[in-house]
Design a protein around this ligand. Structure first.
Ligand SMILES: *[C@@H]1O[C@H](CO)[C@@H](O)[C@H](O)[C@H]1NC(C)=O
Ligand SMILES: *[C@@H]1O[C@H](CO)[C@@H](O)[C@H](O)[C@H]1NC(C)=O
Length: 370
């Protein structure tokens, strides 16, 4: 799905993954940007939730999570291996993915803030209340931005206003959020248009706040077809007794994309110097559903989770006692709600180097080089 003119890029990315997974030193291209800062939910969380007093469903720091990482170590990533934030950072030339903010001491923050930090929290959303009832005190976007604001203050004190501004304006701000707001809304739906409008307004306010703190380059990942997650296939099976994706949630996901695209387009006209790359996750995942086997990938199981039990592997949660599939790279879904590393490789590669069918108006490589 990535640009067919750049077939080497995927191979290169896979090598990087391998290098990261084995700890081997590979020859890497120089970093394209000074730093990557990550915000959002479980799709990009690398372990912030390990430090919170929340339910197991919003953590991933126990087996079988991380089964394909070195030593099969669970790290808090909601995957068998690396996630899209990790892989995008590798693609941008970083040796390691920006670490979880809550994993860092004051001293570590001082050295890491020049290369990037990950603030994402599984189960969180654009609304402050999202995830709180289900999981406990996850970190909503508003708090993630507060943490980042503290980091900017710190950097300004140490390096001065000018150097800080110069670093931030060249850095990539990766945001992947909104799915959990949508899950919660779909449990007790009201006026869809009002809900989606509120979602996009919140998105606008967070991007504007980041811009005011010095951010200029935004990589935004839209909401995927949530209705096709194993958990939502099970939901349909239970509610309607039929197989297939849960349509109401897919409709919402699909309708959110043009609203998000219009908001980003408008913002880029309002805010001087603001640039963005919007990844159409709905189009990306739909493309893989329609083309499960290509030169670049081969997925044989598109519906059931690799880790988990019962129908679609979605009835019994993924933990040490749950069934685990052998062919992780052939599965689209790792657990009831998250993709496998194999899918994240495809996603990251597409976000980084994909064509206009999937990333607009530019891909992240082009955004980095602006
Ligand atoms: C982008 O790539 C996909 C997959 O290779 C291809 O089907 C599609 O036609 C391409 N779109 C554009 C606008 O080049
Ligand atoms: C963790 O959360 C639970 C449930 O909300 C609460 O009962 C408990 O006191 C909390 N523990 C800590 C250490 O804050």
């Amino acid at each position: 799905m990535a640009d067919r003119t750049a077939p080497c890029a995927l191979a290169a990315l896979c090598l990087l993954v391998l290098a990261a997974a084995t700890g081997a030193e590979a020859r890497r291209h120089p970093r394209l940007v000074p730093a990557v800062f990550v915000f959002g939910d479980s799709t990009v969380d690398v372990g912030n939730n390990n430090y919170l007093n929340i339910t197991a469903a919003a953590r991933a720091n126990y087996p079988h999570y991380g089964v394909d990482l070195p030593g099969s170590a669970p790290t808090g990533r909601f995957s068998n291996g690396l996630n899209t934030a990790d892989l995008l950072a590798l693609g941008l030339g970083f040796r390691r993915s920006p670490p979880a903010y809550l994993s860092l001491t004051e001293k570590a923050i001082r050295s890491q803030m020049y290369k990037g930090i990950n603030f994402a929290s599984g189960g969180s959303g654009l609304a402050d209340s999202t995830g709180r009832f289900m999981f406990g005190e996850v970190i909503p976007m508003s708090r993630q931005l507060e943490y980042f604001s503290g980091v900017v203050e710190h950097m300004t004190k140490l390096s001065g206003r000018k150097k800080t501004a110069s670093l931030l304006c060249k850095s990539i701000f990766l945001i992947s959020v909104g799915s959990n707001d949508m899950f919660e809304y779909s449990a007790s739906p009201g006026d869809d248009y009002e809900f989606l409008g509120g979602l996009v307004d919140a998105y606008r306010s967070y991007i504007t706040a980041l811009y005011k703190m010095g951010a200029r380059k935004f990589s935004v990942i839209s909401i995927p077809p949530l209705g096709c997650l194993p958990s939502q296939r099970l939901r349909r099976l239970k509610q309607l007794g039929t197989q297939g994706c849960f349509d109401p949630l897919n409709d919402l996901s699909l309708r959110s994309y043009p609203m998000l695209a219009a908001m980003l387009h408008d913002l880029s006209r309002e805010l001087p110097g603001m640039a963005y790359s919007l990844a159409d996750a709905f189009a990306m995942v739909s493309f893989v559903f329609e083309n499960p086997r290509t030169d670049a990938w081969s997925f044989t199981e598109l519906e059931a989770a690799c880790c988990g039990g019962g129908p679609y592997g979605a009835a019994q949660p993924c933990d040490e006692t749950a069934p685990l599939c052998a062919d992780r790279d052939g599965h689209l879904f790792w657990d009831a709600n998250h993709p496998t590393q194999a899918v994240s490789v495809v996603a990251a590669q597409t976000i980084f180097a994909g064509n206009r069918s999937f990333v607009k108006p530019v891909n992240v490589r082009e955004l980095a080089l602006l």
